[in-house]
Design a protein around this ligand. Sequence first.
Ligand SMILES: NC(=O)c1ccc[n+]([C@@H]2O[C@H](COP(=O)([O-])OP(=O)(O)OC[C@H]3O[C@@H](n4cnc5c(N)ncnc54)[C@H](O)[C@@H]3O)[C@@H](O)[C@H]2O)c1
Length: 313
Amino acid sequence: MAKEVSNGGNHVSTKPPPEPSPLRRAKFFQANMRILVTGGAGFIGSHLVDKLMENEKNEVIVVDNYFTGSKDNLRQWFGHPRFELIRHGWYSLQFHQSKEILAYHLIRILLTSTSEVYGDPLVHPQTEDYWGNVNPIGVRSCYDEGKRVAETLMFDYHRQHGIEIRIARIFNTYGPRMNIDDGRVVSNFLAQAIRDEPVTVQLPGTQTRSFCYVSDMVDGLIRLMEGENTGPINIGNPGEFTMLELAETVKEMINPDVKIVTVENTPDDPRQRKPDITKTKELLGWEPKIKLRDGIPLMEEDFRKRLGILKKN
Ligand SMILES: NC(=O)c1ccc[n+]([C@@H]2O[C@H](COP(=O)([O-])OP(=O)(O)OC[C@H]3O[C@@H](n4cnc5c(N)ncnc54)[C@H](O)[C@@H]3O)[C@@H](O)[C@H]2O)c1
């Protein structure tokens, strides 16, 4: 049976979705589990590890090459009998070559994809059946197209080998342990305001993003892994802010004396981003709980500690 999907207003026919794998209903989460978190020393990964470690049935192994992550994010688990940290690079090629992984039929794999697969979207808010509007040769393309091809490969393995997959399309996430100078907008603005440096809004400033607090994100990812739906599914907070609004909020909450300045933008910056989470609510029973104004102070505390800058009275 062909299914009609919307793609920026063009209606096209697609093949039906793959048959559910026989492993779909396996009782993964009632058993003792060994969970591998690649990139677990990073921002989202380390919060995921914290949550997984709360369950005494879980044994958690982290593989990370510390490219952008840090051991400090996992320090609380060092020496714990259910935790193991391995310094190692993980590459998709390894997965292709790992016949043992394919032969191991009790695995379920989560891909943390991204809202960037929608590119500069022509559909707003973005629903999962929108195919996106991505420049394949732009400066941002390696990330966007990399995630798109990762989704493709996940589905090929699912169809051809019955591998149990889950795909989350993560929208902007923020919170403690974010890399301070990684250039993401929330960390940028917060660090600038704390350091008393001008907050730099890229022009035109009316471009929008939606910001999900990290504990909500982790809750969504775990629900996706526990449920029966492969995704792709949007996980993000539908509260939408322009970059100028975000800068004003950070200024008001963190440093009312800080200046806000505008700077040139990078090419292909999406004009708007907001997840449609209808499917997420329906299939995962998930929606975000933490509002931006409640999340910013939690992140500020962590950033001040790491930057060694106390709040002025
Ligand atoms: N944070 C967001 O807003 C956001 C939005 C969309 C998607 N995502 C996706 O979520 C995932 C986690 O993002 P994050 O914000 O925590 O990023 P992060 O940079 O904090 O974490 C990534 C971790 O992966 C490690 N890593 C990178 N390459 C590796 C390799 N080859 N082998 C082993 N380890 C490697 C890094 O050292 C780091 O610890 C990423 O896949 C990212 O694309 C994040």
